[in-house]
Ligand binder design. Structure first.
Ligand code: DSN
Length: 430
């Protein structure tokens, strides 16, 4: 193609321009279709969100906020961002929202920057007990910039030790207390954290990334109206595009906005903000609310099936979208179990469990979630069948031939629930 032929540059299909990348997109579509996706932080977004994220809005710079931009030509993207803001307020009932964070980690980074000065003390949940990387892990920006102290769960029941939170808050006198988890299968009592924050004069922040869909669907208590700041991702249980968002009370609005831009980011990803608007619109529908109820019902059915199959679960069950399998009393590590389930056609991640004696690269746990498969249409009957596949795969002496048989059972389920049928005919592009 010569420079004179610009029409081709602008309009040629990816399969012609770049068969390597096009082939990989199709391979990933096939992988997602043919396996059972049970990573608790993943989901399948809608075709409509894929279309928004793959749109011409990727071409646009729009630093600033709607009607207060540093670039011309923002009249359309202003409307897109206003739609996302208005819908986020309707879904979660927040006073203020900034929809520009590129990810959950950057949402947290901006939230900290809005209310903290480097060196300030923060109290958050330990990663090893189910917290998040950006809640003060030493090698993460959060642990390097701020003085994090960590609470955890009780040894006897693996529930958040709210007495320990209170004791630590009184001793540490943090400026900020953070709640929210990446591997906690139970409901979090936000009001109890608020009371502790008030007692010690701390601000209270919730990172609800994992449970945002459940909160929007009314199946987990909301932290909005209780916490001063609420951060989230859009792509986990909420099922939107890969990205983040910050909600806060009106008094923190300008500090949050300034922290996102110019504090942390440059141009917002307007194509992704369009995807956020689409998914937040969907989060107001009855289909969405019913699906969130189904997520909780599916996880409960999965938990019951696993327990019946002899598998131990941290806390003995679940209230939300995930279970945490406890392999600590077996010879099987989380790393080996992840590989076994991969061979059985089920994608999960190894995960540390509270008081794990194995290192984080090995672990004694598996985190298994149901949002993605619930979006695909699976219900309790399929969850019981999947629990049977998983329990069999985790048995001590399972053979390769048995794992191959289990993979056929997994594939039989995935074939009954087609994923993106519009895309399967040779194009993974929306
Ligand atoms: N990495 C995300 C998760 O898988 O839960 C959030 O920390």
């Amino acid at each position: 193609m010569s420079f004179a032929d610009q029409t081709s540059y602008l309009s040629q299909d990816i399969s012609e321009v770049d068969p390597d990348v096009a082939g990989l997109l199709n391979a990933e579509l096939e992988r997602q279709s043919d396996t059972l996706e049970m990573i608790a932080s993943e989901n399948f977004t809608s075709l409509a969100v894929l279309q928004a994220v793959g749109s011409v809005l990727t071409n646009k710079y729009a630093e600033g906020l709607p009607h207060r931009r540093y670039y011309g030509g923002c009249e359309v993207v202003d409307k897109v961002e206003e739609l996302a803001i208005g819908r986020a307020k309707s879904v979660f009932g927040c006073e203020h929202v900034n929809v520009q964070p590129h990810s959950g980690a950057t949402a947290n980074e901006a939230a900290y920057q809005a209310v903290l000065t480097p060196g300030d003390r923060v109290l958050a949940m330990a990663l090893a007990h189910g917290g998040h990387l950006s809640h003060g892990l030493k090698v993460n920006f959060s642990g390097r910039l701020y003085e994090f102290h960590h609470y955890g769960v009780r040894r006897e029941d693996c529930r958040i030790d709210i007495d320990q939170v209170a004791e630590m808050a009184r001793a540490v006198r943090p400026k900020l207390i953070v709640a929210g988890a990446s591997a906690y299968p139970r409901i979090i009592d936000f009001a109890a954290f608020r009371a502790i924050a008030d007692e010690v004069g701390a601000l209270f922040m919730v990172d609800m990334a994992h449970i945002a869909g459940l909160v929007a669907g009314g199946v987990h208590p909301t932290p909005v109206g209780i916490a001063d700041i609420v951060t989230t991702t859009l792509h986990k249980s909420l099922g939107g595009p890969r990205s983040g968002m910050i909600m806060c009370n009106a008094d923190l609005a300008s500090a949050v906005d300034r922290a996102v831009f110019p504090g942390l980011q440059g141009g917002p990803l307007m194509h992704v903000i369009a995807g956020k608007a689409v998914s937040l619109g969907h989060a107001q529908t009855e289909e969405f609310r019913e699906r969130q109820h189904q997520v909780v019902a599916n996880t409960a059915a999965l938990a019951d099936g696993l327990i019946d199959g002899g598998v131990s679960l941290v806390t003995g069950g679940t209230d939300n979208h995930l279970v945490l399998v406890d392999l600590s009393r077996t010879d099987l590590t989380g790393a080996d179990a992840e590989i076994r389930l991969d061979h059985a056609g089920i994608t999960v991640n190894k995960n540390g469990i509270p008081f794990d004696e194995r290192p984080p690269t090995v672990t004694s746990g598996l985190r298994i979630g149901t949002p993605a498969l619930t979006t695909r249409g699976l219900k309790e009957a399929e969850m019981r069948e999947i629990a049977s596949v998983i329990s069999t795969a985790l048995r001590p002496a399972v053979s390769d031939a048995e794992l191959a048989g289990l993979r056929e059972r997994s594939q039989a389920i995935s074939e009954r629930f087609p994923l993106y049928p519009q895309l399967v005919s040779g194009s993974a592009i929306a």
